[in-house]
Write a new protein. Structure first.
Lengths: 634, 206, 361
């Protein structure tokens, strides 16, 4: 807000700057607890993994561009195929959406100064980085996981996978899960307790509702995967029996536990995209979101109902018919919250006066791909059709339209939307629009033909195919599409990188967005807001009088909280201010805990269990040292 | 807003008691532990779910050659563990009133009982592992995984209790008070869990 | 200063002058493009009858039901997509740079969201549910145990199919023969990892799971060759695990089955006899069975009537002598990772083996 700040106000701002400043240089980044810095660390790390996953995809598509190609051996292809899935899901799309976007934006959108547990936030990042490095070590040893991203048994058991590949998979994902659980916990407590005065639940931005739904899903879904992986490791390395029939086990146990996690996981993937879409649409449609409470409820409902549909991934396994019918019914029910949202978005755009700048175009692409992917998803709720097309390229088409078209397009649009806020500069609009079209055409050309080739009988996870089956032209066009898509992505990142240094200055609010992050400077100061905002509606930046009142408060010293490293905590439902919380400042202990945990997992991988115990003990000591330094008023 | 309680400034038992009285909502640390408990409870839900899934997948449970679970000793031990919820909660209410020595005594008493429980259970565990090792059947695999996970949670609870006892030796702050509340919540969860695990462990006897 | 406006203006229409007409024209143009594109993409797939593995080219009542289900769903989905596309198009027509944020028309918008987003999907999905999951499912579901006159047992292996006929001594690999217009119960299981049995033109797929027998109905309408492939990732050579189902007239089938039951023919030429001798003395007989000789291995496919089969190694290669020779010399070249090792044979030894195998009709 461009109001003149007087002497007392300036002195308060200076005090805040002094209290909240973090060290510069490498040490600052290694010990940071600032959610914005952690968000940036996540952003660049997940981009690197996106690149790795993309290279894996391009290699696979090159191998599949012609029948009986010999670019890759089957073993290499199977490792690439598995790592592509694992990387894109666990190391890119979720940490990018939650760790980068969520971390950077949620405290800003709720008017807080940081997350509820800043050091835990840092730990989440270092654990994530360590788990990614752990899994990629396998790639460099040519021992990457190779049984597909859902790693069915008995293929994943010792007799059929004697090498370390599957152990990298299991231990790596358990490791990754600790990071995600910590992040989810942090988001829930932050959203519950750190909202600005007056931001009752029904005034919280829809992006935060999406983050809340994602975090609750992670909390209740990850344990199922974790225990499945623990069972797998116990069976592989210590001779336990969970999955083999002769000793009373069942291979389907793996599938049930996996999909109990796996289906909520796909809602975890898509919900942040919903959140980004519902941030961009009101801003660029120039109007409030239609049916706001219904959209918020739908975001929570889709996560909740998503826990009841897992066996629709197992329709071909020979489960009893009554079971199939139940899960098909549940799968159809879970469509409704999504259709509510799709119509809310499109009616908002249609009843608004939209300005089709790059962020809104990416959301337009998102809506197109989400609807197409969602419709093919509905087809899978028809059991006989599912049983015909599951495990074929038809399902590969479906989930790529959803995961790439519908989860990644909002991420790309969101990068443009919040780029001015994070960097203080504007991106190049023309290049952004052109890159949208490249990405859109590339995505359509890569994944649409897969529907056809799947119906023509092409199964998934095949490293090659014979020439007599009519699949050749479709595969070639898919490969061409993949390269067009890559060109679009490269142009996007070139635009952002160039504009970071040469873009026009942006100011605090170039798009006139409705949420609180647009009230502060671009980039925000370490303490986010000099005055904690008071909120009276769901679009606080459009309530101009309230924002002017904030500026006046700075002079009077109200809601400034400049006596220490402070932020206010409030009640859960109505956001009545309750207490002043002292925030911790930078700390080396999260990194230390992450290093010890990484070494612990390496020892588990190499089966040096005693040494693993030592590292576990060291990690616990680091946790103790962490808590020995209490955030007290200094 | 300056009338808001400031937890960062409460460094004596009386100041902490004042903050506790004035507070409207539960502290962030309590919520953090609540969410952590939710995830661990789900973890145990899947373990117990697996137990019953495998049970209904098998005609004989336990399989031939594996003894039926013992009744008396696990029952008595679990009763002792569950009863420690009382001194733990008394410790919390004493600390919230500013009565630090009473709080620490109650906590120490609980810790001794909990450590005794764990020692006995580990002894039973090792004995059972030699009698029907997990590599023998799905029954023993899930049996030892379930009990092992539970004992691990008890062990972590004892570590948390020891940490609170060590830190409160030099006085009470709001941070330590929140830690004590969180630890108490954790113990109540572990005790409920102990009942569920016991029930599952003994279910073949039904 | 700028701020939220409650209404654009109380009396202002949703459309500015000319926008309604532009919307109608754009819809017309977009509609024609969409239908043209859809036809161009979809019709070739529907018409393609050539590959033997086309789920939309049904050769049985079951697959026909699935195929019809697909086409109807496609039409329904296209209509749904059309509605969304129209709304987006409307937004495009109304695009404008100069507005400030506003509210209003919330009731109308919410009514559309609830009507189209809740009620219409409930109705459509209920119809789809009843039709596909209660009615069509009855057609494609596995038959009740012992309710068909004929059954065939399929055991999945890495990376080939073992085929047996209950009530008969016949054992073969990678080819299933069934009499046309006969309900045949496929009883499937696996000897190692999970595989999935899928013959697209005859029925949907079913997984082959250790410790379970899953069943599927094979009931071909007309004679023909129907190609199938393993549809559950099962390791390195998952891509080379195909099979063919031959639907023959009943007497052709009976003759075939009777032949498969017989033990192996004796070789008639010296070269072929040398081949038999080699087969029995080399490691070949440790993995493969040739009934009626001393070769009794069960790790690899039964070769008793190899020469009646069109392809080798689960449809990887044809059974012509040249291909057979290449396969025996270096299987890893065609199917790297398969369990069959290469052999250091002289060319005359190799030719003798091929000659012998040619006798296994």
């Amino acid at each position: 807000m461009a109001t003149t700040v007087t002497e007392p106000g300036l002195r308060r701002v200076e005090r805040l700057e002094r209290i909240w400043v973090e060290p510069r240089g490498l040490l600052g980044w290694l010990t940071t607890t600032d959610h914005k810095r952690i968000g940036l660390l996540y952003f660049f790390t997940t981009l690197a993994f996106f690149g790795a996953g993309g290279i894996e995809a391009l290699l696979m598509r090159t191998q599949l561009s012609q029948p009986e190609e010999k670019v890759l051996s089957p073993e290499t292809y199977n490792q690439l195929m598995t790592m592509h899935g694992v990387t894109m899901i666990f190391l890119f799309v979720i940490p990018m959406a939650i760790g980068a976007f969520g971390n950077y934006l949620v405290p800003l959108m709720i008017g807080a100064r940081d997350m509820a547990f800043p050091r835990l936030n840092a730990l989440s990042f270092w654990l994530f980085l360590a788990s990614g490095l752990f899994m990629y070590a396998s790639v460099f040893m040519h021992a990457a996981p190779n049984a597909g991203w859902f790693d069915y048994v008995p293929l994943a058991l010792k007799p059929y996978s004697p090498g370390r590949n599957i152990d990298f998979y299991a231990l790596g994902l358990i490791f990754n899960g600790i990071s995600s659980t910590a992040a989810a916990l942090n988001f829930i407590v932050t959203i519950f307790k750190l909202r600005a005065p007056g931001m009752s639940m029904n005034r919280m931005p829809l992006f935060c509702f999406a983050m809340l739904a994602v975090s609750l899903s992670l909390i209740f879904a990850l344990p199922s995967l974790t225990i499945d992986l623990v069972f797998l490791e116990l069976q592989r390395n210590l001779g336990f029996h969970f999955f083999d029939v002769p000793h009373g086990g069942d291979p389907l146990l793996w599938q049930h536990l996996f999909w109990l996690f796996g289906h909520p996981e796909v809602y975890i993937i898509i919900l942040p995209a919903f959140g980004i879409a519902t941030s961009i649409i009101p801003t660029f449609s120039k109007r409030k979101m239609i049916a706001f409470p219904l959209v918020a409820l739908a975001e929570l409902l889709v996560a909740f109902i998503g826990f009841g549909v897992w066996a629709h991934h197992m329709f071909a396994t020979g489960l009893p018919t009554i079971t199939l019918v139940f899960f098909a019914a549940a799968s159809m029910m879970v469509v409704i919250p999504s259709t509510i949202q799709v119509f809310a978005w499109t009616v908002t755009v249609a009843l608004g006066r939209p300005e089709f700048r790059a962020p809104l175009m990416f959301i337009g692409g998102f809506i197109v791909f989400f609807v197409l992917g969602g419709l093919s998803g509905i087809m899978f709720a028809a059991i006989p059709f599912d049983q015909a097309t599951t495990d074929t390229y038809f399902v590969v088409a479906h989930f790529h339209f959803i995961i790439f078209g519908a989860a990644v397009f909002p991420i790309l649009g969101g990068m443009f939307y919040w780029f001015p806020k994070v960097t203080g500069r504007l991106y190049h609009e023309g290049a952004a629009k052109f890159s949208f079209w490249l990405a859109f055409v590339g995505t359509a050309l890569t994944f649409f033909p897969m529907h056809v080739v799947g119906l023509l009988g092409m199964t998934r996870r095949v490293y090659t195919y014979p020439s007599s089956l009519g699949w050749d032209a479709y595969n070639l066009s898919e490969t061409i599409g993949a390269f067009i898509l890559t060109a679009g992505l490269l142009l996007i990142f070139a635009n952002l990188a160039y504009s970071r240094f040469r873009g026009a200055p942006a100011g605090p609010d170039p798009f006139f967005g409705g949420t609180l992050e647009w009230t502060t400077t671009s980039p925000p100061p370490p303490y986010n807001f000099p005055v904690i905002p008071t909120v009276k509606s769901a679009y606080p930046n459009w309530d101009v009088e309230d924002r002017r009142a904030d500026a006046a408060r700075l002079e009077r010293g109200e809601l400034v909280f400049d006596e220490g490293h402070e932020t206010p905590a409030s009640t859960v439902v109505d956001a009545v201010p309750d207490e002043i919380v002292e925030m911790p400042s930078e700390s080396p202990w999260p990194l230390a805990v992450a290093v010890c945990t990484g070494l612990l997992f390496v020892m588990l991988l190499t089966r040096h269990y005693a040494v693993a115990g030592v590292f576990a003990g060291l990690a616990l000591l680091a946790v103790a040292a962490w808590h020995a330094k209490e955030p007290l008023e200094t | 807003m300056s009338a808001l309680p400031h937890s960062g400034k409460a460094t004596t038992p009386r100041a902490v008691a004042r903050v506790e009285r004035a507070r409207l909502a539960r502290p962030n640390g309590w919520w953090g532990m609540a969410i952590f408990v939710a995830t661990e409870a789900t973890l145990f839900g899947t373990i117990l779910g697996t137990y019953f899934y495998l049970r209904f997948n098998n005609l004989h449970w336990p399989p031939p050659g594996v003894p039926e679970p013992k009744l008396t000793l696990p029952l008595v031990l679990t009763a002792i563990l569950v009863s420690t919820s009382v001194p733990v909660q008394l410790s919390v209410s004493a600390a919230a009133r500013g009565q630090l020595p009473r709080a620490r005594a109650a906590l120490l008493f609980a810790a001794v009982l909990q450590a005794g429980y764990l020692g006995m259970q580990l002894h039973l565990f090792v004995h059972d592992v030699h009698e029907f090792p997990p590599s023998g059947s799905a029954y023993s695999s899930i049996y030892f995984t379930m009990l092992g996970a539970h004992h691990l949670h008890v062990f972590v609870g004892i570590l948390l209790t020891l940490w609170i006892l060590i830190r409160t030796a030099s006085g009470l702050t709001s941070y330590r008070m929140n830690g004590l509340r969180a630890t108490a919540f954790y113990w109540h969860f572990v005790n409920v869990l102990a009942l569920c695990v016991l029930g599952t462990q003994l279910s073949p006897l039904a | 200063m700028r701020g939220l406006r409650k209404e654009i203006s109380p009396n202002r229409a949703v459309f500015e002058p000319g926008e309604r007409e532009r919307l109608r024209r754009s819809l017309g143009r977009a509609g024609r493009i969409a239908i043209g594109a859809a036809a161009a993409i979809v019709l070739p797939a529907a018409a393609w009858a050539g590959n033997g593995q086309n789920a939309l080219h049904p050769a049985s009542k079951q697959e026909h039901a699935i195929s019809v289900l697909w086409w109807v769903m496609l039409v329904g989905c296209s209509i749904g997509f059309g509605v969304i596309a129209t709304l987006l198009l409307l937004g495009w027509i109304r695009r404008n740079r100069d507005y400030l944020p506003f509210g209003g028309r919330d009731r109308a918008g919410t009514a559309i969201v609830i009507g189209l987003g809740v009620f219409v999907p409930i109705v459509v999905l209920s119809i789809l549910f009843v039709w596909s999951d209660l009615y069509v499912l009855k057609t494609t579901d596995a038959p009740a145990a012992n309710s068909t006159r004929m059954s065939v047992r399929v055991i999945g292996h890495d990376w080939w199919w073992e085929i047996r006929y209950p009530g008969s001594r016949a054992v073969t690999a990678n080819e299933i023969h069934i009499p046309v217009r006969t309900r045949v119960d496929m009883l499937g299981t696996t000897a190692d990892v999970i595989h999935s049995f899928w013959v697209p033109e005859l029925n949907r797929k079913v997984d082959l799971i250790p410790g379970r027998v899953n069943r599927l109905l094979l009931d071909a309408d007309r004679p023909g060759e129907y190609r199938g492939q393993c549809a559950e990732f099962c390791g390195q050579q998952h891509a080379h695990m195909g099979m063919t189902v031959f639907a023959d007239s009943p007497d052709v089938f009976q003759r075939w089955l009777a032949n498969q039951e017989r033990p192996a023919r004796k070789p008639a030429t010296p070269q072929a006899r040398e081949g038999e001798r080699l087969f029995l003395s080399l490691p070949c007989s440790g993995c493969h069975m040739i009934r009626g000789t001393g070769a009794d291995g069960t790790i690899g496919p039964d070769l008793t009537h190899l020469a009646t089969r069109d392809t080798l190694a689960a449809l990887t290669l044809p059974t012509k002598p040249a291909d057979l020779a290449h396969w025996i010399e270096d299987p890893q070249r065609y199917k790297p990772g398969s369990k069959m090792p290469g052999s250091a044979l002289t060319s005359s030894q190799r030719d003798a083996l091929v000659a012998y195998l040619g006798y296994l009709k």
